[in-house]
Design a protein. Sequence first.
Lengths: 292, 292
Amino acid sequence: MQLIDGKKVAAEIKTEIAAQVTELKNSGKKIPHLAAVLVGNDGGSETYVAHKVKACQEVGFKSTLLRYPDTISETELLKTVEQLNNDSDIDGFIVQLPLPKHISEHKVLEAINPAKDVDGFHPVNVGRMITGLPAFVSATPAGIVELLQRYQIETASKHVVVVGRSNIVGRPISILLSQKAKTGDATVTVCHSRTKNIEEITKQADIIIAALGIPEFLKANMVKEGAVVIDVGTTRVASDQTKSGWKLKGDVAFDEVAPKCSFITPVPGGVGPMTIVSLLKNTLLANSKLIY
Amino acid sequence: MQLIDGKKVAAEIKTEIAAQVTELKNSGKKIPHLAAVLVGNDGGSETYVAHKVKACQEVGFKSTLLRYPDTISETELLKTVEQLNNDSDIDGFIVQLPLPKHISEHKVLEAINPAKDVDGFHPVNVGRMITGLPAFVSATPAGIVELLQRYQIETASKHVVVVGRSNIVGRPISILLSQKAKTGDATVTVCHSRTKNIEEITKQADIIIAALGIPEFLKANMVKEGAVVIDVGTTRVASDQTKSGWKLKGDVAFDEVAPKCSFITPVPGGVGPMTIVSLLKNTLLANSKLIY
């Protein structure tokens, strides 16, 4: 069993990106600039956005954090989006989700200029990705593809079972891995809460992507010997072993599943660190103007 | 075994649409107007477009056919698209594919106003469909969903195997059927040319969607007893039994597969007639302005 070390890979990629930023600087070109919009004070969102800003600093990007109280109106937020769309210094920006209930998330996401949509959530980017056109791919699926590539895990003609059908993970990764592509060409099954006898399907998988959001859902009896297991789950569960009073739990019962695997990602330190790196890569790509 | 009679269902739906058009007329509202752009003289395209125009007449829609020689430049064609986008009398329009090689299909498709994209090929419509937002769904997958509904074929918790991963059939139908929806909630596997031991997978299917484009690919030994088989294949093969010198062949070896099925679509007369009806429904929807 080999552990897929997302933390190590993410650090390597950050070093690569930092080198590219230095090159841009040295040749007098524009430095990538990421903006993040944070509405309200949700604890998780605060942490995520802080990590994103910190990652920008580490690789030498410019970053801007725009904070608004959760009383901001939809119209005001849409105005902010419009300003960011028109600000030529900003290459890409994200609006951290979730938004307060009085604001339509899809309206806000659809208002973002697709060329600056480094989260890859705009329908144009989703649609372009699916039809095989150049597009910003959202962070988690892009991070999973990157991990499979860096560990030289073959996907062509393999049976991949994706557990979970969310718009941000399960759906896009299922599409990417079944497309005609270097890390693709897999036979892909999407399972979800309405799937019957799920273990009969996961047991056939050469590669399992667990993205259901149920801690320790995937047990040893659901996994065939030698499988590759990618754990996307990050549920906060109460813990008396940490200062914060909680710890992250994946969707995989790691201790019992790991011995059966050829490769497995831990939680934390697997897919998680890759997501921020994917965002940085998208921002670099937005700055390069290669997609739009 | 019950035959799924696409021809009959399509005729029923046309009657329903015609009644809605009469209602619109009687209440002084705007009649749906579909425009079709045909470039060149490809035999297949001529036939398809002629059928679409005829169907419009049958249900009482206005229709406009714009023909151009295959020497038209990309710029000129894009100008036509722009004119149709701005013509307030036209509710929806299609650009018949394939286009001549000197014209970028995706550039033309992306130039269409998504609100008039009744073929549902614009990335915005693909992306919105995938993220569960209101969207124009392309004709063939929409027609398949309609057939399953009209024959009350349950999809929830069923295992659907889609053979083929094309942007216009395999990919979208695989997504629609696995989404949380009335005709959805299935566990879906996408197989394709790189799938190994494909019969081991198709044999598990409660519902098989054959959309590979290889005549009589799906044989009896690949289908489990009682399965539902939807045949999307429409390959023209030489025939000395028809006036035209060719006939349509599906992707299913009908004679040997049909006896094992609970339901099966014939070719012709199965999915085919449904595609034009889906286009009509999208045009009616565009006219209603309910999506955009």
